[in-house]
Design a protein around this ligand. Sequence first.
Ligand code: URA
Length: 189
Amino acid sequence: MNLKIKKLKALETEMRANKKLPLKSSLVFGEGLATAKIVFIGEAPGAKEDELGRPFVGRSGKLLEESLKEIGLKREEVYITNIVKRRPPVNRDPNPREIEAYKPYLEKQLEIIKPKIIVSLGRFALNYFFPDLKITGAQGQVFDYELGSENKFKIKLLPIFHPAAAFRKKETLKEFKKSFKVLVRFLKA
Ligand code: URA
């Protein structure tokens, strides 16, 4: 088994054993290619994700998959996860304590995968990396970002609208789709 797959499995096992983590719903660790160049990060699992234990498997996931297909990518060729890995009750926003508690796991996950680019989906995922940026101004632009606790490494970060927001407004959907075109050049690199 690939070393990265092994490390991700071990991290998931460690998370499941950590009873101190907030929220009691199913653990939705994340899934996809352990050596992916692109990692998508959402906010927190919804009802369908909680039921199936997989990220982005509802309506938002369908739009994500469709948009990937349009740039010639399959879901299996990227990695998909969330900042908070359990569903908050009645789909409320994750709170700062929850985001903080799940942070070490997301950090380790990203250190293992070492993608070229992170695509943050929506306002919460953007503000996890850049607390002061606004989604409307930042979406569709590529930012430099440094990851890693001991050995730091440079990556790119592309904030895009959350698919759920893209359903609400035509203009948002247009911007959402446009952002995927930016990813094409990272596939070639
Ligand atoms: N919305 C998210 O932010 N994450 C999911 O996994 C599903 C919907």
